[in-house]
Design a protein around this ligand. Sequence first.
Ligand code: AHR
Length: 821
Amino acid sequence: MTRSPTSGSSREATARITIDVNRPGIELPPKFYGLMIEEINHSFDGGLYPELIQNRTFQDDGSNPIHWSPLGSAKIVLDRSEPVNAANPVCLRVDLSGDGTGGAANDGYWGIPVKPATNYVVSFYARGAGGFAGPVTAVLIGDDGTEFAKATTRDVDGTWTKYSLTLRTTADVTPTSHARFALSATGTGSVSFNLVSLMPPTYLDAPGGLRPDLMKMLAELRPAFVRLPGGNYLEGNTLDTRFDWKKQIGPVELRLGHTGCWGYRGSDAMGLPQMLLMCRQLNAEPLLAVFAGLTLRQGAVKTGPALQPFVDEALEEIEYLTGGPSTPWGSKRVADGLAEPFKLTYVEIGNEDWTDGEASYDARFTQMYDAIRAKYPHLKIIATAQVKSRTPDLYDDHFYQSPAATVTDAGHYDAPEKSDAAANVSYSGGHFRGTFTRGQVPEVLCGEWATQNGQPTPTLRATLADAVWLMGIERNADLVRMECYAPLLANVNPKAWQWPTNLIGYNAMSAFGSPSYYAQVMFAQNKVDRLLPIAVEAPELPVAPAQAPRGAVGLGAWRTDVEYKDLSVTATDGSVLLSSREAEDLRRWTFGDGQWVSHDGILKPAERGVSWGTVGDADWQDYTVHLKARKTAGEEGFLLLWHAADVDTYNWLNVGAWGNSGTAAQIAREGGRVVYGKPSTFRPQTGIWYDFRIEVSGHTVRFYVDDKLIVEAADPAPPPRGKTLYAGAGYLTASDEVIIKVVNFGDKPIDATLNLCGVWSVRPEAKLTVLRGEPGDTNSIDAPTKVAPTQETISDASAAMQRTFPPNSLTLLRLQVGPGR
Ligand code: AHR
């Protein structure tokens, strides 16, 4: 054990970190850190795009003016009789019946943020009918009736006219989002509205720009690229609802809006030009994903003539980004307010095309690759699944795992030990499960990754695993050239988000970074240009004693209308653990999100959504579950749980999963949920009562439908616990600094010696940044910086020092090394 005279700790060291400063290793590419965006969790509407009126064109629900309510004695109805324009066929008619005074109020994206001394730009189309000819008043009004700001138009007549007003709040307003935006009038007849807009100030005051607090937070991440526009959002559920980029440009008020794949209708206001504005304002390059003929629910378009329109579209989209003002599509970008062409280096063909059961990607990729390569030979082309006919420049690899699995997998791209000469030096390409020989393979974009623990934003435990993962891909930066976490954003109102773990949270009023956001700021703001060889010797984490799996049973639904009946659970000795009569009693159940109803022996969710509940005893081990299930509408099927211990620990059969493309067992641990065993092609049909039987024996499950075995699967072994300490180091040439990152993943402080070999001198003053807390800690709207980095300057740095790394922490040490390195 070494004891250093200039140590931060005087206890015996149990770990040793050795960094070879004399041998700068691989380069960390300038474009390594990036962002990924798509319309998920109200990332755009109710997020980055700052428009405050929700359902401003009244199309979000076919039959009701949701998010609008009548004021005074007025009645409000949707009216299709006289549209403003073809893109906006429905307007809101306010009938001034009753005492002739009234209007309509919008509740925004779960509240309208009212802030002091702020200008809000109001615009709307209005027309009067039935004798109405008065002015319209726009008001920001508190839930208690306080009028924060108010302005009135000139008299409205019988033709559609656009009105613009400014509402300014006074300096003494107490900030609140308990407010609505109201349009009201007095008179006879009716007044109709459409395209109602309430715009707060935007980032850098760009006209039609983006939400300032979110953009400031994104700028702190110093992204070099933005992967856009998705994700599943690119693919859409159907061809009609994919990201059709030509419908995402031009004036915002002429955009049609569409229902994306995350269960809500978006306005498309944050279209392609807005995403590009975001890139420009962040000084980041767009990484453009082009639609490649695969949708989530309709499968793949056939190659050849059927795919050709999409190939042409992709070429035109590239021209929209990169073409000069005299090119047909470049000129449209200029008209959208983006005069300068964008530098584009990377184009990605599709998204997660390994999901295509028909395995059509190779041919689709080839057709698109050839066309793009021919017209834009300099572009680097990214594949999303394994292809054989062409060699892509990069593969896009995605990882969503539990903390333990992330840490275990952090060496995913590490080359095997040299002694393992017989083995092919290979790695598997994440979810697409290809294997390639290192050195002969294309490079990798780690285009979506996140440790799944904490909802809707990650815990510190997830953050520490994220940091270990990031160090793992950094040390393989010769192969993994770029990375971006996903999803980036989530409106944390319970009705707004769909994906469990997201980097940045916000509501109408404010935003917060998760601990993982802060970790990523630490990495990005201390970016090195060369990695340094590092060796870490540290104790292993203690292994928890093995336990037989146990837990209750449960039922769920994934955005599908389902009904269940006759649920019973029998022990292996034949005794009844839960009778069907007991199962009908909702008081015995525990539900997460969503309410369920029990009526006439049928159990079902009260409304369509993603929800599940459990019933029974946490100690149940081996048992057989009987039940009947019927799907009445929707695109998926059933969720059948067993060994359910808590919200993060359960197994389920996902019957009719992924748009009813099959059935598989999944295991959830610590927030990560993975498929295991061999999936089946069983796809439940609507309207049929199925007899389900689930036999649970130790780690094995057998699932029968109408007495036929559909799935048999054994729980995968849990990932090994791993080490307590993980570290990475790099060099910043311009300033002769060594930057060391250390994660203590354990719950005890670790005293470590830190040796920098090959330096002549180390300046004693060094910058130390630490992110620490309890493993389950998260940030939130109410406690936005519960876990946030603290900084200090230490004065005892040396080439051989001893430091204590606090439990559950990420430490970043920035050392100035002297000349003569
Ligand atoms: O990041 C959320 C989703 O995960 C992305 O849309 C999709 O590409 C992936 O499956």
